[in-house]
Design a protein around this ligand. Structure first.
Ligand code: TYM
Length: 339
């Protein structure tokens, strides 16, 4: 399939569940802003329907949805340049998701590592939605014929599954209808690790608050978390190769590079041989300088939730205008009678 047939269109989403972390910011939102400002049509979504695959208190979900929208805007997503909305306001996601449930194979779902990690030993008791989640994610992307999907490393397998679903749909119905979206996973923060254990991802749901930086943390807390972050006894190496087998050191250097918009090589060039006592305060200062303006702006935007709702409603109308004709065409292809 030739990509030229499709507009260069970005789609990505974030779940409004719990606090947004620096991992979500550096691995996703910051890169969404870069793509918005490059030559792409961009669509960004607060995926509330994905959030309820695990229990969400309704009041908390409403708050988290608006707070995540505020985080997008405070980070630089401009609702005049990008479409910004919440998923449940555009019915095409759920409707196309059902069709994809009938395209995707159970064997494919069984290979999803994130499901295995999340369900753990409890797989019989988790929701059916958690299991089917990747086919709803495929619908999110393909309802817009999106061609580029910026995500963190942990979502790569889901975007690959989206490609498989698009392929199988096209093949089964003998059409050339859905594009093959490309995962865009780039930069030193594609996988920000936990501050207490460099072998595990920084996540919203990790047990201890000290293992992550939340976008709403204040300067004192950010400094404290970096000070207590796990490191190792050696000073910073002379070259990036020296970070091999030093997961915590590699993570902290990667975070610095992403925050400073530079490369790990440049960070090492500046801090070669430095002790943690010098590097960690510099990292904390940088994080505060970059994150504090965003959290202050989020707080300001959250003072006016009605305005956030207006932005989401307008975004949903724009999203619907793209997705509904694609859904209509999909229904025709599948053979649904629409009288
Ligand atoms: P979610 O809400 O878990 O995470 C949102 C985005 O943040 C990235 N991310 C990270 N990046 C780097 N380091 C980390 N520690 C880190 N933690 C999270 C994720 O990779 C993601 O890009 N299923 C998705 C949401 C989704 C979606 C979509 C994404 C639903 N539909 C369609 C793209 C396209 C999720 O749960 O992301």
């Amino acid at each position: 399939m030739t990509e030229a047939k499709f507009t260069r269109r970005v789609f990505s989403g974030i779940k409004p569940s719990g606090c947004l972390t620096m991992g979500n910011y550096l691995g996703a939102i910051k890169r969404f802003v870069e793509m918005q400002n490059a030559d792409y049509e961009s669509i960004y979504c607060v995926v509330d329907m994905h959030a309820i695959t695990v229990w969400q208190d309704p009041a908390d979900l409403r708050f988290a949805t608006r707070e995540l929208a505020a985080a997008f805007i405070a980070s630089g997503i401009d609702p005049e340049k990008s479409i910004l909305f919440n998923q449940s306001q555009v019915p095409a996601h759920a409707e196309l998701g059902w069709i994809f449930n009938c395209v995707a194979r159970v064997g494919w779902m069984n290979r999803m590592t994130q499901f295995k990690d999340k369900a753990g030993k409890n797989a019989e008791a988790v929701s059916l939605g958690l299991y089917a989640y990747p086919s709803l994610m495929a619908a999110d992307i393909l309802a817009y014929h999106a061609t580029h999907v910026p995500v963190g490393e942990d979502q790569k397998q889901h975007v690959e599954l989206t490609r498989d679903i698009a392929n199988k749909f096209n093949h089964d119905y003998k059409v050339d209808f859905f594009p093959q979206p490309e995962p865009i996973i780039e930069g030193p923060a594609a996988r920000v690790m936990n501050l207490r254990d460099g072998s595990r991802k920084m996540s919203k749901s990790g047990a201890s608050d000290m293992e992550r930086i939340n976008m709403t943390d204040d300067a004192t807390l950010i400094a404290k978390k970096f000070k207590k972050a796990k490191s190792d006894p050696a000073p910073l190496p002379e070259t990036v190769e020296g970070l091999k087998d030093r997961p915590e050191a590699k993570n902290l250097v990667g975070i610095y590079a992403a925050l400073a918009d530079t490369t790990p090589e440049a960070v090492i060039a500046e801090f070669a041989g430095a002790q943690w006592g010098r590097f960690k305060p510099a990292l904390a200062d940088l994080a505060v300088a970059k994150l504090e303006p965003i959290s202050l702006e989020m707080g300001r935007l959250m003072q006016d939730p009605a305005e956030i709702d207006r932005i989401l409603a307008r975004g949903a109308a724009q999203a619907n205008a793209i997705a509904q004709p694609i859904l209509d065409k999909t229904y025709d292809i599948v053979g649904f009678v629409r009288s």
